[in-house]
Structures are given as C-alpha cells and as structure tokens.
Design a binder for this molecule. Structure first.
Ligand code: GDP
Ligand code: MG
Length: 708
C-alpha cells in the first residue's frame, strides 16, 4: 500500500499530447491513449462539471460501451448523450485507433419530453472504449482486457453493443468479448459482490425475431460462458446473476429505418432518466466525484503494472489521498484565518478563546463536510491529525496567554498576600502561612479557570502549564516568607542598634571596671525585649515566627538564631567601631582631667601646693591608666571575657578580616579584643605626654602664684 501511495502522490508525468478536444467536441477527453498513457487533465475536466449542490459527491454516473469495432458505438453514445465522440467516416472507412474516451453527457435524449432531450442533471459521464474487437491477437487481447478492467472498476451500466445478426452465433468475436468482460468482472468483484448492469443494445434490429427471443438466446449464451469459466475458489457455484443484472434493448437500422433508429435512441434515453432508471444505487462504486480522477488514475496504473486490482485497497488509497488533500486545504484556510486575528487587540481570554473556537470548528466542520464521504477509519485518522495540527497552532497563542496570566497572577499573589498580612497584623490574628495558603489556592483556582477557557480539545490539557504555575507559585510564596523574615530580622536589628549604640557610648565614655557588666546586662535586656517575644512556647507552635512568617519549625529555629547572631554581630561592630586609639585617648584624658583639675564636688581645683599637685597627678594618672584594660578588652568585673552565646565567626570575608586585624599574638577578630598591644602602648604613650604637659602647666601656675 505504501508503494502504491507513493505512486499516487507522485503522478507520473504523462507523455500524452492529446488535449481536451477543442471547440466542437469541447466535452470529450482522451482519458487513455493508444500508448496506454493516462491523461493528466482529467481532474480539470471533471471540475468543469462539478455539481455545487451535491455535498455527497455521489451524484454522478458512469456508463461505458463495449463492443466490436465499427458497430456504431460512438454513433449511439452521441445520439443518446449528446456527446461528440469520433465516428468513423462512412466513405473513408479508416481503421479506428485504440483508447478510452471520456465525456460528460451534454444531455440525455428523450422521446417523452417535447424538447426531445433531458438535462444531464444526473451528471452522466460516458466512457467510449475504442479499438476492441474480440480477436485473438495478443496485443489486442491485452488492451481489451485492460479496458474491460478499467471500465468495470467504475461503470454502473455497461452497454454491450451487438448486431442482431450476430446474436446466437456462439462462436465469434462477440463471445470472446463477453468472456473477457465476465472473467474480469469476476476477478474484480468476487470478494465484494459488486454488481453492474449489462445492457445489451441490439443494433440493426429488424423485428423479425422478437427482442425477448433474442434476449433468451443471449442469456443462454452467457450462462454457457459462465458455466465454462474457471472461477475463483469459493465462487464455483455462483450464478451469473450475483454479478450482473441483464437488460436488453433494440435499435432499428440507422440507414434503412432512420426515423425509427432515432426514436429508439430517444426511448433508450428515457430509460436512463426515468423514475425507474437503469441506474440502481447498488451499481454505484461510491467514489465521490472529486476523487474520481485519483481513483481512475490509480486503477489504470495498477492495471498497467499488471497488478491484481484490489478495489477495497484502492478505495482506502483514494480515501487517504483525498483526506490528506482536503486536510491540507482546510489547514491552509484555518492558518490564514488564524493569522488574521489580531490577538494583541483582544483583551479578554473569553473573547480570544471564542475566536479560536470558531476558527477551529470552522476548519473541522469544513473537513467533516468534504472528507466524511471517504472511508471512515481513514477519515477519522486524518481528522485526528488535522486536529492535532490545528491545536498545535492554537497552542502557540494559548501558551503565550497562559504565560502572561501566570505572571500577572503571581504578581497579584505577592501583593495581595502582603496587603492581607499588613491588614491582619493590625488585628494580629491571622497566620501568614494561612494567608499564603489561601492566596495560593485562589490563584490556582483562577489559573485553572483560565485554562478551562482555553481548553477546546481533549488532546490539549495544559497540565504542564498548571504544574509549572503551581511550582512558581510555591517558590514565590517561599520567597515572600524569606523576604518577610529578612525584613523582620533587619527591623529588630535596627531597633537594637539604635538603642544599644547610645548606651554603649554613654557607658564607655565614662568607663569603670564594671562597664562591661552594665553593657552585657543591657544587651540581654534588649535581647529579651526585642527577640524573646517572638520565641513563645505555645500549644500549636513554639514560635511566633511560625505565626508571622509561616515558616516550618526548623526555619523558625533558624530565624531565632539568625536574629541572635545579627545582634551579637551588631554588638561587636558597635564596640569595635567606637573603640579607636583616638576615642580611647580622649576618654582617658578626660578621665584624667576630671580627676586632676576638678574637686570631688565638680569645682575647678585651686592649687595650694606643689605637693598637692604631685599627689593629685599621680592618683589621677594611675586611675586613668588603670582604665585602659577596660577599653581594650570586653571583660567583666569578675574577669571573664564576653563571649557571644552564638557562633558569629561565619562571616563571609572572615579570612581576610583575620589577616588584616591580626596584631601580634592577639587575633583581633575575637569578639572582645578591641585594641591591640601596639594600640594600647600608643595610647599610654600619648596619655603620658598629654598628662605630663597638663601637670607641668599646673605646677608652673602654683610656683608662679607663690612668687607673687
Ligand atoms: P464504433 O467504432 O463502434 O464507434 O462505430 P461508429 O459509431 O464510428 O460507426 C461506425 C460506422 O457505422 C459509421 O460509418 C456509422 O455511420 C455506421 N453506423 C452507425 N450506427 C449504425 C447502425 O445502427 N447501423 C449501421 N448499419 N451502421 C451504423
Ligand atoms: Mg467509436
């Protein structure tokens, strides 16, 4: 079948030169020429007679004529159907060529109608088989058999043209012809039991022997032939009647009874067009007319290749060919219509889907209308393919739309969730996780609704789109939670920083040995105030983070730790930022000056003696110097260094920091190590210099006072 299909889709270019005959015989086509080539122009020819009102494509009939040469076949057809087949010139009597001619009947002759003819509204097409004569010559025999096969594969009524005087002559050319017809018919139709009508037209009928006697004689001849024929297995006992209906008609002599001759032909015409017409539905081959060209070419090619003609297979091939053709046409129309829709200008998904549905169903019903006449399984299979192709095209726009809808919904999802959170945080009773869950299912609902708008076939479910959407939504929810968490952490940290820094500066600006005890106490106080309130042991959850952020238990624990770490880091930053050589020098000098220059009640000291200066100086300086360790290391009064409760060492740039700040044997990245040994000795030196200067001034003023 595939091989045949290939032949079908790539028709051999015909070498034939015969065109549709021009002018006076404009309605006749040499379908098969003497070289047995098939005429390419058949489809064009048939299309000239297409009946627009015939949706089934079955309103047409094929009549063929068979008979020895020069028995007036063409003359009969021309009279009967208004065709213009070549008729042998009476005077020249030249040899007729071989071939099969094809013509749409111009009219059907009529005796009963006043105008003597009837319109060919039945669309009768006529095959005139030329050059068959029943002789034994091998070449002729071959052509005869091939023509018979070809004619019978499509013909409903086969006219057998025969002279009256030859009836009953069992031997002879006529009988050979009949034998050929019957053998061919049996080989073609023994499986399908397709019937056709054999219409014997007896020419030069004299009336001496009644037609019924002639008919009996022909019947018995036919039966005789039938009996003698070797039949395919299973058909051995079949009667001739299961393959043929028989009918008989007589026509008077053309020249001797020309009026009667003409009248007989018109009467025969009435039999073709009467209510009780010779065409019976069971004779019809059921090939829609638009496929007849494909069908007949294919049949002829099979015949020419001497392949067995398997008509059901041929019908499937025709169905495939035509359904493909129709589908391609329909798709093209669909494609153009689809591309003409300006989807960008249509806002609502419903309207877009409506448009899509309408081009889709237009296309499918156009296909149904034209292709449903063909073999059902082929029709259905090709329809499925067409549907898939159409749906794939629709999908391009649909998925674009769904993408846009998905983006919009996710943006909405985030905004709505945050809005709800803000609203509910005032009332303080809605769980962020619940807000997100309900927003999430609302979004999924909305997306599912849009999907249902675009769903127009079972083949396309958009399940991947839905799945992707859910995943994106979930991710977006998680991101929101994490963002909220960051927001919360940084809010807490900021609050902490503001208050803590102020306090640290106040305490360290006036250092004492218990400074760090005060600072650490304040740190814990703030930590309690700012953080602990989020870590409440409740019944359903042991953390308020769960409530605020909708995070799972582990992430919640993590959040607590993260905040604690952030606070400790801030703690470290604040003290390290504040403690510099400069500030510490200033603080110690202030300490010294306060103790040296002022009395305990805060009034400036009036020096009375050098001894007083000396003793005050020594004490003030010793006190100031003694505070340097307090400002160098965060150390409690009891002597332990402050060490963070949590591990804060994991800073991104920890290694660099370590290298930079490493000073002597004290690694400065340690939390409480504020000043290096070198910095401390710098400060001591500077303090000594500055206090010495103050001391000298003071002493000088005492001595000067005493000399006055
Ligand atoms: P075809 O070869 O069978 O197609 O025969 P044609 O139609 O070409 O006719 C062959 C010859 O027979 C022509 O010269 C016709 O005029 C002549 N002829 C046609 N019809 C009749 C008829 O009914 N009787 C007789 N005797 N001659 C006919
Ligand atoms: Mg002829």
């Amino acid at each position: 079948i595939d091989q045949l299909n290939e032949q079908l889709t790539k028709p051999k270019p015909s070498k034939m030169s015969a065109e549709i005959q021009a002018s006076d015989s404009a309605f006749s086509l040499q379908l098969i020429d003497e070289n047995k080539n098939f005429n390419d122009k058949l489809l064009t020819y048939i299309n000239r007679f297409t009946d627009q009102t015939d949706s089934s494509g079955l309103n047409y009939h094929i009549v063929s004529v068979f008979g020895s040469q020069s028995t007036g076949k063409s003359t009969l057809l021309n009279g009967l159907f208004g065709t213009k087949f070549d008729v042998m010139d009476e005077k020249k009597r030249q040899q007729t060529t071989k071939g099969i001619w094809f013509s749409h009947a111009n009219y059907i002759a009529s005796e009963s109608l006043p105008e003597k003819r009837q319109d060919n509204s039945k669309h009768i097409f006529v095959l005139d088989v030329e050059g068959v004569d029943g002789r034994e010559k091998a070449d002729d025999k071959d052509f005869e058999r091939k023509s018979a096969l070809f004619a019978l594969a499509s013909t409903e009524v086969l006219i057998i043209n025969i002279w009256e005087h030859q009836v009953g002559l069992y031997q002879g050319a006529n009988m050979e012809l009949l034998k050929t017809v019957m053998e061919v018919n049996l080989s073609l139709f023994h499986s399908s039991k397709q019937k056709c009508l054999l219409l014997f037209v007896i020419r030069d009928f004299t009336g001496v022997t009644p037609l019924s006697n002639l008919a009996d004689s022909l019947r018995s001849d036919l039966n005789h032939i039938w009996q003698e024929m070797t039949k395919p297995e299973g058909c051995e006992n079949e009667e001739i009647q299961s393959y043929f209906d028989l009918d008989f008609f007589s026509i008077a002599h053309k020249h001797f009874q020309s009026e009667e001759f003409a009248k007989n032909i018109r009467q025969l015409g009435d039999r073709f067009s009467s209510e009780d017409s010779l065409f019976r539905p069971k004779y019809h081959r059921g090939i829609p007319i638009d496929a007849w060209a494909v069908y007949s070419r294919q049949i002829w090619e099979q015949i020419e290749l001497n392949k067995d003609l398997d008509l059901p297979t041929q019908q499937i091939l025709v169905a495939r060919f035509r359904c493909d053709e129709i589908s391609a046409e329909v798709y093209k129309e669909f494609y153009d219509a689809f591309n003409q829709i300006n989807f960008k200008n249509i806002k609502s998904d419903e309207d877009i889907a409506e448009k899509m549905k309408s081009v889709r169903s237009d296309a499918l019903s156009a296909y149904d209308e034209q292709a449903s006449r063909y073999q059902n399984s082929v029709f259905e299979e090709r329809k499925k393919k067409l549907e898939d192709k159409i749906d794939a095209k629709l999908f391009e726009v649909q998925s674009e739309r769904l993408d846009a809808v998905s983006k919009a919904l996710i943006a909405d999802f985030e905004q709505n969730a945050l809005k709800l959170k803000r609203k509910s945080s005032k009332d303080g009773d809605v769980h962020f996780g619940e807000i997100l869950d309900s927003s999430n299912s609302k979004c999924v609902e909305a997306f599912t609704r849009v999907i249902s708008i675009y769903k127009m076939s079972n083949g396309v479910t958009f399940s991947k789109q839905l799945e992707d959407f859910k995943v994106t939504l979930h991710k977006s929810g998680l991101e929101l939670k994490m963002k909220e968490r960051e927001r919360l952490v940084s809010k807490i940290t900021k609050k902490f920083q503001l208050r803590f820094k102020e306090k640290v500066i106040i305490i360290l600006s006036n250092p004492s040995t218990d400074s760090w005890d005060k600072i650490l106490a304040y740190f814990h106080e703030l930590e309690d105030k700012l953080v602990k309130k989020y870590i409440v042991k409740g019944e359903e959850s042991d953390s308020k983070f769960d409530f605020l952020l909708g995070l799972d238990e582990n992430t919640n624990k993590d959040t607590g730790a993260q905040i604690e770490k952030a606070l400790w880091l801030k703690f470290k930053d604040i003290i390290h930022d504040f403690i510099t050589e400069e500030t510490v020098s200033r603080i110690l000098r202030n300490k010294f000056e306060d103790a040296f220059k002022y009395d305990s009640d805060g009034t400036p000291t009036l020096w009375r003696s050098v001894a007083q200066v000396d003793s005050r100086f020594t004490k003030a300086r010793t006190d100031a110097v003694s505070l340097l360790p307090v400002l160098s290391t965060a150390i409690l009064e009891e002597g332990q260094e402050i060490i963070p409760d949590v591990d804060i060492s994991h800073k991104d740039d920890q290694d660099d920091e370590y290298d930079e700040d490493y000073d002597g044997d004290i690694p400065l990245h340690f939390f409480g190590h504020l000043l290096s040994a070198r910095q401390q000795s710098n400060i001591s030196r500077r303090l000594r210099r500055e206090t010495d200067a103050i001391y000298v001034d003071a002493k000088r003023s005492v001595i000067a006072g005493q000399t006055h």
